[in-house]
Each structure stands twice: as structure tokens, then as C-alpha cells.
Design a protein around this ligand. Structure first.
Ligand code: CP3
Length: 341
């Protein structure tokens, strides 16, 4: 019997709401910090499939979330496409050569870098109890491209946006290459046992409307179409962070099976504006989970009530912060588990 999360993503409006949290495995958990100290680096953890499977399962054991999300990173795709990847302490990711200086053709692909990720998926699947759903993921081509072009994270993605205006054909080739690898990568995760997948588009909000159509909607629509053809039953969650009023167009044109809402979206608006019956996921502000208290409970209940009319997966509006107390996660879980639609 599929669990609450998979049933909700397939369109059932259940009176009990499933919950998982973006970045639920990570630095706010003491058991993660211990394993990370032992293995030395984030990337060493990701490429050690035993360690990565263990980390994926840590928050499930502790909190009993309805979904386990593969422990990995969206930047494994550029690594497999041939860029060097490092996570610098306190600075975030660094990729080289940057596509602002180097051509796509100068990269030589290293597809073996994806193999340990599939092994992690298979190991998690074997260790996950019934009734819980295993989520795979990838970054969306636009967000991944912003890192590949600039070689690092950036506040407003201006180098990549400027490149896309200056050389749309060249940038299209980058997006197409990422799209192709992403389809194969997600298909590999599904073959290894992922039961749903999420496309993280963290920087979707920086694009003007026509560019949003071309660089966010079009490649995501291509990924969804290809996955639906190969795996008709498998739900795809799209999370275009910052998309705001472009969400209805995103949902309608990409044909994702569920839409992730960030914390800037009014859930009452989303309930009205998105296609009827479309499952949604979100959207508590991660800072409320950090601060806790009665405001956390009040706003979590408000989100649940606003979205009662359609299938809803409870989640945050973005990843959990590293200083979040675990007691606040327990407090949130009690609220979600006590609610009935
Ligand atoms: O949600 C999950 O628990 C699954 C694992 C996951 C990670 N990153 C683990 C991680 C997922 C889904 C991601 C996605 C990701 N990675 C995104 C999209 C979502 C978002 O947060 O906007 C982006 C933009 C990245 C790129 C990335 N990875 C950055 C910018 C950083 C450094 C910033 C930071 O928080 O340290 C990472 C590192 C990273 N990815 C960590 C984790 C747990 C921290 C690793 C550590 O230092 O131990």
C-alpha cells in the first residue's frame, strides 16, 4: 500500500497530511555532524553510498517523516558533465572551469560520477520501511546552469542572465545539455528505486517573464514529458522558488504532478490560483521553524487550513536552517499530525 506522501502526490486529498522537509538530512542533526566529521567533507559523504544512505535515513528514524529525500546535491550533475567541484568551508560550492570562460565542448563527461548516487538510492530503498516514500531529485536546468556558468553561487545570477541575453543560442546549448543529463540521471534514480522526484529551481525567481518561459518552463516541461513517457505513474514535483505569480503558468505548461510553494506565496492565493486538484507542497518559512513558539503553530495551522481543498504535502518554503533546534521539528510534527481536514 503506497503511503500518505505518494497517494497525495498522485492526487488524493487525504484528511491526514504527509510531511517531509527540504534539507531534512543535514547540519542541524547531531548524528549528521558526527558522520560528517568522520568522513571529512560533504562530497566524501555524497560519494560514499553507505554513508549517504545512512544520512538519508537519519531524519526518518528520528522523526518518522513520510518521505526520505536522497542525500546528494544538485551540483553532482555538473560534476558528471566534467566540471571540477569543491565545497569550500564557509564559502559554498566552486565549479571549474566556469562556462563564462570555457566552452561546453571543452568539458569531458565523467558519467561514472553518477553511479554511487544510484547505489545510495538502492540502499535507502532497502532500508526504508513500508508506507514511506523515497524521493529522488535533481536541480532544474536553469538553476544548475547558474552555477556552471558563474562557477559559484551568486546573489542575482547576473552573469548567467547576461550570457543568456548576449548569446541565446550558446546558452540554449548549455540548457539542452543539462536537460539531457538530468533526464538520464532521474531515470537512473527511478530505476534504482526512487518513487517520486523533485526538480529544485532555486533561482527561478530571478528571470523576466519571457526568459522564465524559455529557461525555466521549457526545459522543465521537456524533463517532465520524458519522465512521464518512461514512467507514467511516477510523480514529478516542481519547485520554482520565487516564481510568484508565474506559478499557474509553470504548473499548467510543465505538467508537473505537484508544485512546491516557497514561503513568499500566500497559501490562500495558491489554493485559488493553481489548477483545480493539483497537489501542492509547502510552505512554512524556515525561519519560523528556527524561532518556534506559538507563532510556528499558528502559521502551520493557517497553511494546513488554506490548502485543505486540494492534496497538500506539508513542507517548508525552502531548506531547513542549520541552527534549527530539533525540538522545533518535533513541535511542528505534532501540529501536522494532530490536524484533520
Ligand atoms: O533536501 C535534502 O535533504 C536533500 C539533499 C540536498 C542537499 N542539497 C544537501 C546539501 C538537496 C536537495 C540539495 C539541493 C541544492 N544544493 C540546491 C537547491 C535547493 C536550495 O537549497 O536552494 C542548491 C542551490 C544546492 C547547492 C549547494 N549545496 C549549496 C549552495 C551548498 C552550500 C550552502 C550550504 O548550505 O552549505 C550546498 C551544500 C549542501 N548540500 C549541504 C547539504 C546538506 C551542506 C553540506 C555540509 O556542509 O555539510
Amino acid at each position: 500500500m503506497p503511503g500518505l506522501l505518494l497517494r497525495t502526490l498522485r492526487g488524493e486529498n487525504l484528511s491526514e497530511r504527509p510531511i517531509w522537509l527540504m534539507r531534512q538530512a543535514g547540519r542541524y542533526l547531531p548524528e549528521y555532524r558526527a558522520l560528517r566529521a568522520d568522513k571529512g567533507s560533504f562530497l566524501a559523504l555524497v560519494y560514499d553510498s553507505d554513508a549517504a544512505a545512512e544520512i538519508t535515513l537519519q531524519p526518518i528514524r528520528r522523526f518518522g517523516f513520510d518521505g526520505a529525500i536522497l542525500f546528494s546535491d544538485i551540483l553532482i550533475v555538473p560534476h558528471a558533465m566534467g566540471q571540477d567541484l569543491q565545497f569550500l568551508e564557509g564559502e559554498g560550492p566552486s565549479l571549474s572551469p566556469r562556462l563564462i570562460d570555457a566552452s561546453l565542448e571543452s568539458l569531458s563527461a565523467v558519467p561514472e560520477r553518477l553511479t554511487p548516487i544510484y547505489e545510495t538510492v538502492a540502499k535507502v530503498k532497502a532500508g526504508l520501511g513500508s508506507g514511506r516514500t523515497l524521493l529522488g531529485f535533481a536541480g532544474s536546468p536553469w538553476t544548475v546552469a547558474t552555477y556552471m556558468v558563474a562557477g559559484k553561487g551568486s546573489r542575482d545570477q547576473h552573469e548567467t542572465r547576461a550570457l543568456a541575453y548576449r548569446d541565446p543560442a550558446g546558452f540554449q546549448a548549455i540548457i539542452d545539455a543539462i536537460t539531457g543529463v538530468t533526464i538520464d540521471y532521474l531515470a537512473g534514480q527511478i530505476a534504482a528505486g526512487a518513487e517520486a522526484v523533485q526538480l529544485f529551481d532555486s533561482w527561478a525567481g530571478s528571470l523576466a517573464p519571457a526568459e522564465f518561459e524559455r529557461w525555466v518552463i521549457a526545459p522543465n516541461a521537456a524533463i517532465v514529458a520524458s519522465l512521464h513517457k518512461r514512467f507514467p505513474e511516477l510523480p514529478v514535483i516542481g519547485f520554482p522558488k520565487g516564481a510568484g505569480e508565474k506559478l499557474p503558468a509553470y504548473a499548467g505548461e510543465t505538467c508537473v504532478d505537484a508544485v512546491g510553494l516557497d514561503e513568499t506565496i500566500d497559501p490562500a492565493w495558491a489554493a485559488r490560483a493553481l489548477p483545480e486538484g493539483l497537489p501542492v507542497q509547502g510552505n512554512l518559512d524556515p525561519l519560523l521553524l528556527l524561532s518556534g513558539g506559538t507563532e510556528l503553530e499558528r502559521q502551520a495551522l493557517h497553511i494546513l487550513d488554506c490548502l485543505a481543498g486540494r492534496p497538500h504535502v506539508f513542507n517548508l518554503g525552502h531548506g531547513i536552517g542549520q541552527h534549527t533546534p530539533v525540538e522545533h521539528v518535533e513541535q511542528l510534527l505534532a501540529v501536522i499530525r494532530g490536524w484533520r481536514g
